[in-house]
Ligand binder design. Structure first.
Ligand SMILES: NC(=O)c1ccc[n+]([C@@H]2O[C@H](COP(=O)([O-])OP(=O)(O)OC[C@H]3O[C@@H](n4cnc5c(N)ncnc54)[C@H](OP(=O)(O)O)[C@@H]3O)[C@@H](O)[C@H]2O)c1
Length: 268
């Protein structure tokens, strides 16, 4: 897809991968709709994009609230029309063991990324269906394919995103609305400050996969959009590890478990 003049809604656009994707998409000619809770950060990014000659619109919203998302859809549709591209990227979640995770935090981690992606897609899909065109991009993570110690609810939510994507792709297979799944390993972004304690639990085996900057992740996403790719995994070493995991899951599990966070359990 050529993004020139396309309307692209990006959730989680106030920082990290979402903000970097918005900058690049705007540079490619897209009119970007920036959505997250932090209005100030969104306004700053929009101003930067406009200074650069691009078009950006700001809508601050907590996407874990279905009523807010429904109102957001009405406002955006009335002011700007139906998006050509939806990027379900908003998400958060600290890496914790099950017993360290409060019930509220477990709910929050399912609420964003998974439920927010569901609500946003559900709200905007009817208008996209009417036009029978467009692209829906869902963000998951290497955690949607492999698991390591000390990140249980985070892992579950990334598997939920992968499952949501698979179901949506099946739903849409007779339409002209395309889907794309994106997954990365470690990306340098505000994620690590926003979710304290997580970086300390990166398994040692993660070092086999080069870390990306948010800009590199965004570039991979833009390339995927341009080439109509069904999935975007980056960097190349992530493909290698996921292929190894598919063929020899015992080997990758051994590697990740044994280089992962070591915890002293009450009985050990
Ligand atoms: N960084 C990595 O290593 C990495 C690797 C693979 C996948 N990912 C995934 O990529 C996505 C983006 O990550 P990132 O690295 O860019 O992290 P980030 O810098 O922390 O960005 C997360 C974005 O999500 C928004 N958000 C969180 N909760 C929200 C809510 N309830 N409503 C609306 N917006 C919400 C945040 O904005 P507000 O706080 O302003 O709402 C922020 O813009 C996440 O889903 C993450 O799991 C990250």
């Amino acid at each position: 897809m050529n993004l020139n003049h396309k309307l692209m809604l990006i959730t989680g656009a106030s920082s990290g991968i979402g903000a970097a994707t918005a900058r690049l998409a705007a540079r490619a000619g897209a009119r970007v709709i920036l959505v997250a809770r932090s209005r100030d950060k969104l306004e700053q990014l929009a101003a930067e994009i406009r200074r650069d000659g691009g078009q950006a619109h700001v809508f601050a919203a907590d996407l874990t609230d279905a009523t807010i998302v429904a109102t957001l859809e009405k406002t955006i549709s009335a002011e700007l029309g139906a998006p050509d591209v939806l990027f379900n990227n908003a998400g958060a979640g600290r890496w914790l063991y099950v017993d360290e995770t409060s019930m509220n935090e477990a709910n929050d981690m399912m609420a964003a990324p998974y439920l927010s992606a569901f609500y946003v897609t559900r709200a905007f899909l009817p208008a996209m269906m009417k036009r029978n065109s467009g692209l829906i991009i869902n963000m998951t993570s290497i955690a949607g394919y492999m698991s390591w110690p000390g990140a249980t609810a985070y892992t579950a939510a990334r598997w939920a995103m992968r499952g949501f994507h698979a179901g949506l792709r099946a739903d849409l297979h007779r339409t002209k609305i395309r889907t794309m799944l994106t997954a990365f390993a470690e990306v340098k972004s505000e994620f690590w400050q926003n979710n304290p304690g997580s970086a300390e639990r990166l398994p040692g085996a993660q070092k086999m996969i080069p870390t990306l900057t948010s800009e590199q992740a965004a570039r991979a996403i833009l390339t995927g959009i341009r080439w109509n790719a069904p999935v975007v995994f980056a960097p190349f070493m992530l493909w290698v590890i996921l292929t190894l995991n598919y063929l020899f899951p015992q080997i990758t599990e051994w590697l990740v478990f044994n280089t992962g966070h070591k915890r002293r359990w009450a009985n050990g």
